[in-house]
Design a protein around this ligand. Structure first.
Ligand code: SF4
Length: 459
């Protein structure tokens, strides 16, 4: 079993003092890479688990979840992906996974921006979960230069503080309430939200608001650290680790994290006669578009045949039925003989019956979205590749109403294609999809579950 020695992991961040956790807290500040032996398998597995958390946070934010919903989401994600039966191992996993992803996400401006934003959000919600005592310990670890307001000063501004607290629905002030006096420019979000009393250039920040101070520090520290890590990555780590860590790092930022759907679920099998009906009820827009084009033109180019063919295999179309399905369409255009000669091989190939006998995997949303369809191609993701006009028409054809349509288009304009697809799923099915859409085959399976639970005839 391979191990990553301490020396190697420390390449990326060897100059910062260790402060893994405050005395009463398990929330690390990630000041330096951990002096730990890390197995190569853990290096990747821990990073993948953290990535699941960050991606779900990103999805929650782009879907406009409220703070309370985000809090519950983060709690659930930490429990599902970051826990460990041994608390000390959970802290190690937390720190290691952060540093691996720091390497993965330091490499371009866009990657750094995304990672910084998601890690800061995660830190914010985790800080809020801590006890007041642990929060004070964390503040001390940050060496924040702010002093708590003394009793005499507190008495002199108590009425004003009470007014602000009432106006934002905070509990009444008690005699032992703790406030920090900080330059107002250090808490821009509290000032913008009129959530603090400001006097002579200072904001009076209540203990339950110090999260803003700490998060600002965390963000600024991490932002600088990512730039430093990037320099080290480019100047040495990438080359030194080219046979070991570099391939893992390079693949992690684009990896799809869900099931591969190469095998249909047990009991899931669809037959030729079902496809037409299923395409209307349960295909995501990308597959529905390919299906409609195939029916219209009796032909699809290679990219389209791969995208739709593997999807159909994943939802349970057996090889013989797949051959019959494609033959019925293509032979209308190219004739049965040419179909057998030029196209049947590729279909058998997709099912692992020809060539290297690899059982090919249906494409994830990430893969479909990042494809580059050319002229005459119909594959790709309509949310990314259609014009707005064509997308509106296609969504209308799926039964999406005007209000839902505007929300979806708004997400597309902000390049949140999977969120747009999730909203489409919810509009079409009248049911929520909290996990978000990550794979066309997941869209199909979730759709079937909903339709079956409504007792509609689905197959
Ligand atoms: Fe297909 Fe995924 Fe795009 Fe939805 S988001 S249309 S499932 S590729």
């Amino acid at each position: 079993m391979q191990s990553l020695g301490t020396r190697r992991v420390n390449h990326q961040n060897d100059a910062v003092a260790v402060a893994v956790a405050g005395a009463a807290s398990t929330l690390p500040l990630y000041r330096s890479a951990p002096p730990l032996e890390v197995r190569l398998e853990d290096f990747e597995a821990f990073a993948v688990d953290r990535l699941r958390v960050l991606k779900a946070i990103s999805d929650g934010l782009s879907r406009g979840k409220k703070p309370e919903e985000m809090k519950n989401l983060v709690d659930e994600l930490l429990k599902t992906h970051m826990s460990h039966p041994k608390p000390s191992e959970a802290v190690n996993k937390d720190v290691i996974s952060h540093f691996v992803l720091r390497l993965v996400y330091c490499r371009t401006e866009d990657l750094r921006k995304w990672f910084l934003s998601m890690e800061t959000t995660l830190f914010r919600y985790r800080f809020k979960r801590e006890s007041a005592e642990a929060q004070r310990a964390l503040m001390a670890d940050f060496n924040l230069p702010y002093k708590a307001v003394n009793t005499a000063e507190f008495e002199s501004v108590k009425d004003k503080l009470g007014q602000v607290a009432r106006s934002i629905g905070q509990p009444l002030l008690t005699a032992d309430a703790i406030f920090y006096k900080v330059p107002f420019e250090d808490v821009p979000e509290l000032v913008a939200g009129r959530r603090v009393y400001i006097h002579r250039g200072n904001a009076y920040v209540a203990m339950n608001q110090v999260v803003s101070l700490v998060v600002t520090q965390f963000r600024s520290f991490l932002s600088k650290a990512l730039i430093l890590t990037n320099r080290k990555w480019t100047s040495s780590i990438k080359e030194q680790e080219k046979d070991r860590l570099t391939p893992i790092v390079e693949v992690l930022s684009t990896s799809y994290l869900g099931p591969d759907y190469s095998q249909p679920r047990e009991s899931a099998e669809i037959s030729l006669k079902d496809i037409d009906h299923l395409a209307k009820s349960s295909f995501p827009l990308c597959m529905r578009h390919l299906y409609d084009k195939l029916k219209e033109d009796h032909h699809l180019k290679h990219g389209g045949r791969m995208q739709l063919g593997l999807f159909l295999k994943g939802v349970g179309l057996k090889l013989d039925d797949a051959l019959a399905f494609w033959r019925a369409e293509f032979s209308q255009k190219v004739g049965a003989e040419r179909f057998e000669k030029e196209y049947a091989y590729n279909i058998r190939h997709n099912y692992g019956r020809e060539g290297k006998r690899t059982d090919y995997t249906p494409f994830s949303c990430q893969k479909v979205i990042s494809s580059t369809p050319g002229v005459g191609d119909h594959h790709g993701c309509p949310f990314r590749h259609f014009s707005e006009e064509n997308l509106r028409a296609a969504l209308g054809g799926m039964g999406v109403g005007n209000r839902g349509m505007d929300d979806i288009i708004d997400k597309v304009r902000n390049r949140h294609y999977q969120v747009a697809c999730t909203l489409t799923f919810e509009a079409v099915h009248g049911s929520s999809c909290d996990a978000g859409i990550n794979h066309p085959n997941q869209y199909f399976i979730d759709s079937q579950k909903i339709l079956q639970s409504k007792n509609q005839p689905t197959t």
